[in-house]
Design a protein around this ligand. Structure first.
Ligand code: GSH
Length: 246
């Protein structure tokens, strides 16, 4: 047998070994951050921003400290050149990790799940399911619910017909969640993942969108479960009105 063939022949054993490794790697990553790691992340966000909240919530649930920079949306800071180098889309949030900036809240959640080894998938199909929910959430849940909230806060203006359209869309999305939560306690399966964190970051604001969650009892029970996770904190605790450096 040639050297190459020998190497190939010995691969199955090596592969079995590497499959067993991830739990140990995860355990190392999940330990309490050391002083250098503590200063690793800086979240650029806004106190009223649901997407900023999902990232802050993820870091809180991972018990990972972070610095926080308040971006003043009213003054248009998010459209200034010095911010656009952090987030090319001119939006909050942006997360600095060392010298790199990662943007788009759902993508940031996925990044943090990989980096911190928490609330992510353990196998490819689970990873796919989580992604499906995160894409769906922005497509069908966040858009109508956040628009209704923005209207109620006076940030967006639109007439009754449009309000009714978003209201109908939001309720249709809530019905999907209600149905799905009849199968499992958590959105993407039997344990909490970034799909729950992303969706919670929208559901949290249902009241401000004037959407009553009472007709969705499973959703309410799930919301309670999220709020009971160790490290959970509401937006007002995680997103201050001023920058907070550590
Ligand atoms: N899909 C984006 C949405 C972010 C977003 O809508 N951010 C709002 C604040 S909640 C914003 O920056 N709005 C200003 C703008 O879009 O110009 C994400 O998930 O990061």
């Amino acid at each position: 047998m040639s050297k190459v063939a020998k190497k190939t022949a010995s691969k199955p054993a090596a592969r079995t070994k590497s499959v067993k490794k991830p739990p140990a790697a995860k355990a190392v990553r999940a330990r309490t951050p050391n002083p250098r790691e503590r200063q690793r992340f800086t979240l650029h966000g806004n106190a009223l921003s649901g997407p900023s909240y999902t990232v802050a919530l993820m870091l809180a649930l991972c018990r990972h400290p972070y610095s926080y920079i308040h971006v003043n949306l009213r003054e248009g800071q998010h459209k200034q050149p010095d911010y656009l180098v952090k987030n090319r889309y001119g939006q909050v949030p942006a997360l600095r990790d060392g010298h790199a900036f990662v943007v788009q809240s759902a993508a940031i959640l996925a990044y943090l799940a990989d980096e911190l080894g928490k609330f992510g998938a353990r196998q490819p199909l689970e990873s796919q399911r989580i992604r499906e929910w995160l894409f769906w959430q922005w497509d069908k849940l966040a858009t109508p619910l956040y628009r209704l909230r923005a209207r109620n806060r006076g940030i967006r203006q639109f007439g009754e017909e449009t309000r009714l359209m978003y209201d109908t869309e939001a309720r249709a999305a809530l019905a999907v969640l209600e149905q799905e939560l009849g199968k499992n306690d958590w959105i993407a399966g039997k344990r909490p993942t970034i799909a729950d964190i992303g969706v919670y970051g929208v559901i949290r604001y249902a009241q401000e969108a004037h959407i009553d969650l009472a007709p969705y009892p499973r959703l309410l029970a799930w919301k309670q479960r999220v709020e009971e996770l160790p490290g959970f904190a509401p937006p007002e605790e995680l997103l201050p009105l001023e920058s907070r450096l550590i």
